[in-house]
Ligand binder design. Sequence first.
Ligand SMILES: [Zn+2]
Ligand SMILES: [Zn+2]
Length: 177
Amino acid sequence: MPAAATPADKTESYFPLAGGDNDGWSNEEEATATCFCGAVQLKFPTQGPGLIYTFVCNCADCRKVTASMFASNFTVANTHLTHVRGRENLSTYAQARTIASSNTMTNFFCKTCGTLMYRCSSAFPELSVLRIGTVDDFSLHETKLKPMLEQFVERRVGWLHPLEGVEQVEGMWLPGK
Ligand SMILES: [Zn+2]
Ligand SMILES: [Zn+2]
């Protein structure tokens, strides 16, 4: 009989080595998000009003831009977002052609390692959409940053299931809709 895999303790904070620096952190109100190589680091709030909402998106753009099948995101008010380091190391790519809302989405990537740190929509210039996977304290992926909703569910690849206990939305979720 194969030995059962030991389940990882996901309640513990886990700070991966983000490039040369093992310097991510979190406290009650804030945490860091760092690119894969460590050059770019952001600081963001882990609660309202700065943290707006958390979501998974299955749209076609999210597949392409993540090189995966969906994106796991959270939206932050720019007034509460700090570039700790590496802002000059961000490169941008913007287009509106494939965006469902026909707004221009600008993507901010680390020039060195290619990690997509955040996206901004021309319709909501006061907000940035960050990536849950870039957050250094992995215990937050399980708790405060757990997705509240899943959108573009009609686009979800057939071999993935809906997120259990998470609001399912066709198309883009808009507040108050
Ligand atoms: Zn990087
Ligand atoms: Zn999307």
